[in-house]
Write a protein that binds this ligand. Structure first.
Ligand SMILES: [Fe+2]
Length: 160
């Protein structure tokens, strides 16, 4: 059955809670990754120090800006944005990790965490795909492109 644009928009309004939950996971993932990325920026050492220190600075600044955009999209959908470390820890499947590690291991950890965010983003994009929510879809697709590029940049730093 083909739905009209109006029917799709009504359908989205009815489902906005479920969408906001999916965006809440993306928000929680992004916050967790922001913290871990800044931790690597501070604590990395060894021959890769300068490149990893610089790359993680670019990444955590991007994540910090994105967190605001994602939270405000949740508000635009009429839902409350999760806003505590406890909630982020429960919502995100990114593992809290703050132990001494080699630069290679730290960078690979971040690459894997970016992959977790990509999965959460794909779940949100798939959810809005048939509901004419072009704005959420656009924001999430832009984020997905950025994270995939970040994974490439991180892994290129440690691949000989
Ligand atoms: Fe710094």
């Amino acid at each position: 059955m083909d739905l009209s644009l109006k029917q799709k928009q009504d359908y989205l309004l009815r489902q906005k809670k479920e969408l906001a939950e999916k965006l809440g996971v993306v928000l929680a993932d992004s916050y967790q990754l922001f913290i871990k990325t800044q931790g690597v920026h501070w604590n990395v050492s060894g021959p890769l120090f300068y490149s990893v220190h610089q790359l993680t600075e670019v990444h955590y600044q991007n994540l910090f800006a994105a967190i605001d955009v994602i939270a405000e999209r949740i508000r635009s959908l009429g839902e409350k944005a999760p806003a505590s470390y406890t909630k982020y820890g429960k919502l995100s499947s990114i593992v809290d990790e703050d132990e001494p590690a080699s630069a290679d291991d730290m960078v690979e950890m971040l690459a894997q965490d970016h992959e977790v965010v990509c999965q959460s983003l794909r779940a949100a994009i798939e959810f809005v795909d048939d509901k004419a929510d072009y704005v959420t879809s656009g924001i999430m697709t832009d984020r997905l492109a950025w994270h995939e590029e970040a994974i490439w940049m991180l892994r290129s730093t440690i691949t000989p």
